[in-house]
Write a protein that binds this ligand. Structure first.
Ligand code: ADP
Ligand code: MG
Length: 252
């Protein structure tokens, strides 16, 4: 498997505080790689350094073989980053916004096709502020795809979404991966990571404490003698919720 991101000894200090403490990990081409961890673990800092949006203190980062220290602009060309929602000019509709961003990337984009790919074609003439939470996230993901990147970065894309919108977004992320794009995603929802990610790195206080596929991590824990305190039911409350209110996409 080809390594598309190689991070080695990455350190980030904010003043005297060391938020990232010597991280090393690789991401393989074509996988969904999850950075998991509680708030403050250093997930966004790590992501934004790789995205060239934040300076690192030390360590090396290679993206698609390009050294961050030597050519950050070349890295920008192969990655897709979620733009801040403040960049979504309030009076432009979704089609106009995509055309605007296409212009910034110097790319000709088919706005209709792109909106279709995130299930938003019927909102082509709507303004960003008129969208539901789930639609906003899908539009935001569409904007990461404008420059046809090799890798996209999603920082907590499902926070605040209801179960249907969340599962709909999971399907979207998988379909993007299945079309060959590498995805790096942060989350603190373990069910999401288990369902979505090919491999995960669990971060705690600026360090990686585990890195493997979700299956492998669970098997390792069980092999170490871990047992759940009580018999697990075959469904959980979220399954009940989905069964009662439907799988169909309900905007929130
Ligand atoms: P996560 O995304 O995992 O929640 P962050 O990368 O946002 O974590 O933050 C990691 C740590 O660095 C936290 O303790 C946070 O308070 C601190 N931090 C983040 N950004 C800054 C900043 N610009 N200045 C100072 N401290 C920061
Ligand atoms: Mg964060």
């Amino acid at each position: 498997m080809k390594k598309i991101i190689e991070v080695s000894g990455l350190v980030k200090k904010y003043g005297a505080f060391e938020a990232v403490k010597g991280l090393s990990f690789d991401v393989y081409e074509g996988e969904i790689f999850g950075l998991l961890g509680p708030n403050g673990a250093g997930k966004s800092t790590t992501l934004e350094i790789i995205e060239t949006l934040r300076d690192k203190t030390s360590g090396t980062v290679l993206v698609n073989g390009i050294d961050l220290d030597r050519d950050p602009n070349a890295i920008k060309k192969v990655i897709g980053v979620q733009l801040q929602t403040s960049g979504y000019y309030p009076n432009l509709n979704l089609t106009q916004l995509i055309e605007l961003f296409g212009g910034l990337y110097n790319r000709k984009v088919n706005a209709g096709e792109l909106l279709e790919s995130v299930n938003l074609r019927d909102k082509a003439k709507a303004k960003f502020k008129e969208l539901s939470g789930g639609q906003k996230q899908r539009f935001s993901i569409a904007t990461t795809l404008i420059n046809e990147p090799k890798i996209i970065f999603l920082d907590e894309p499902t926070t605040g979404l209801d179960p249907q919108a969340r599962r709909n977004l999971w399907d979207l992320v998988r379909s993007i991966r299945d079309r060959g794009t590498t995805v790096i995603i942060t989350t603190h929802y373990m069910d999401e990571a288990e369902f979505l990610c090919d491999r995960v790195a669990i971060m705690e206080s600026g360090r990686i404490v585990a890195l493997a596929s979700p299956d492998q991590l669970i098997d390792d824990l069980v092999a170490s003698g871990f047992e759940r305190p009580k018999e697990v039911k075959k469904a959980n409350l979220e399954d009940v919720f989905i069964a009662m209110t439907g799988h169909s996409l309900r905007e929130s």
